[in-house]
Ligand binder design. Structure first.
Ligand code: NAD
Ligand code: UDP
Ligand code: UDP
Length: 317
């Protein structure tokens, strides 16, 4: 018999950028949080402030290996998210997505836990449909340098839906579009962190290609709100569901905005565009709006301002 009626929640990848914000949010909601991470791209610094909380527990573990714990809900976030990180050990990236999903689904099957998968807009690849709706099947290279991430995440989605059909698991699949905020890794090569750190250090701001490619940027707090709503949604809501900010910017516009906000003397310089870099990306979030009554609330300037404050402290430290 259970003595406590606190919800026991497992967050894999909990020491990463999104995971650490999610752990924090779940603790404020009175959950008992187990954070599992192998520190491949996350850090103890991201969760150091939570370690004194008696309802928070940290386990160093690689999700490609089985894990036996008793939980009520699982948020499966473990996987490096930035191209620099996931391309460093591409075989491990696929293993994390695929073997990690199998193990977490096996855990959910045994315990009866609800399980949410952090999928990605990368399942759409370099999309030929714009903006992307959930019923678009994508345009993905199977052999390129991004494939380990894209195909790993696609296979994980397949596994989620097969466990749902075959074993009646309660699944929730969220396709996350570019998200930014405090605790992004300063060296992970993602565009928002790169531009802010470059501007703060007075270094050149590196635009890849001509900067005409687009992305839409969601502030982390908005995304975490979406995760929590998705987990609480009725059983028939399985996703996949897009989550991101539909306001689209070119990369050049982002560079100019960051430079204006940080100030300083940095120059915008053009660098070669990486292979398979998507030209356009913008979520259609109609489904999230109608099913979860969810939409991003934080405008880019407000979110950038909080992120710049975080990196300013980090760069000065
Ligand atoms: P992140 O790299 O900061 O966090 C990922 C975490 O997973 C890290 O703490 C890392 O150490 C951990 N991890 C990696 N491999 C692991 C393994 N085998 N076992 C245990 N832990 C492991 O990235 P993030 O931005 O916080 O992304 C979190 C999740 O959201 C990822 O699954 C990512 O694919 C997805 N996502 C993020 C974005 C975004 O814009 N941030 C967009 C789409 C999808
Ligand atoms: N698994 C796990 N924790 C559990 C239950 C299962 O890590 O609490 C792993 C287990 O190692 C297995 C995988 O999840 O490899 C898939 O489990 P499932 O029951 O679907 O498959 P099976 O064990 O029948 O191969
Ligand atoms: N990018 C850039 N300069 C940088 C880092 C990234 O111009 O210093 C571009 C990159 O080529 C891509 C976009 O910004 O077109 C977003 O890159 P990021 O790695 O953040 O995310 P993703 O490509 O996964 O959307």
């Amino acid at each position: 018999m259970r003595i406590s009626n606190r919800k026991r929640v497992l967050v894999t990848g909990g020491a990463g950028f999104l995971g650490s914000h999610l752990c924090e949010r779940l603790l404020t909601e009175g959950c008992d949080v187990l954070c599992v991470d192998n520190f491949y791209s996350g850090t103890k610094d991201n969760i150091a402030h939570l370690l004194g909380n008696p309802h928070f527990e940290m386990l160093r573990h690689d999700v490609t290996f089985p894990l036996y714990v008793e939980v009520d809900e699982i948020y499966n976030l473990a996987c490096p998210a930035s191209p620099v990180h996931y391309q460093r050990d591409p075989v491990q990236t696929t293993k994390t997505s695929v073997h990690g999903a199998i193990n977490m689904l096996g855990l959910a099957k045994r315990t009866g836990a609800k399980i949410l998968q952090a999928s990605t807009s990368e399942v759409y690849g370099d999309p030929q449909v714009h903006p992307q709706t959930e019923d678009y099947w994508g345009h993905v290279n199977t052999t390129g340098i991004r494939s380990c991430y894209d195909e790993g995440k696609r296979c994980a989605e397949t596994l989620f839906f097969d466990y749902h059909r075959q074993h009646a698991l309660q699944i929730k699949v969220v396709r996350i579009f570019n998200t930014y905020g405090p605790r992004m890794h300063p060296n992970d090569g993602r565009v928002v962190s790169n531009f802010i750190v470059q501007a703060l250090r007075g270094e050149d701001i590196t635009i890849y290609g001509d900067g005409a490619q687009t992305r839409s940027f969601c502030y982390v707090d908005d995304l975490i709100e979406g995760f929590v709503r998705m987990m609480a949604s009725p059983a028939e809501v399985t996703g996949p569901i897009n989550m991101g900010n539909p306001v689209e910017f070119t990369i050049r516009e982002l560079a100019e905005k960051v430079l204006r906000m940080v100030g300083g003397t940095s120059q915008l310089v053009l660098k070669p565009l990486p292979q398979d870099d998507p030209r356009q990306r913008q979520p259609d979030i109609t489904l999230a709006r109608t099913t979860l009554d969810w939409a991003p609330q934080v405008q880019l300037e407000a979110g950038l301002s909080r992120t710049i404050d975080y990196f300013r402290r980090l760069v000065q430290a």
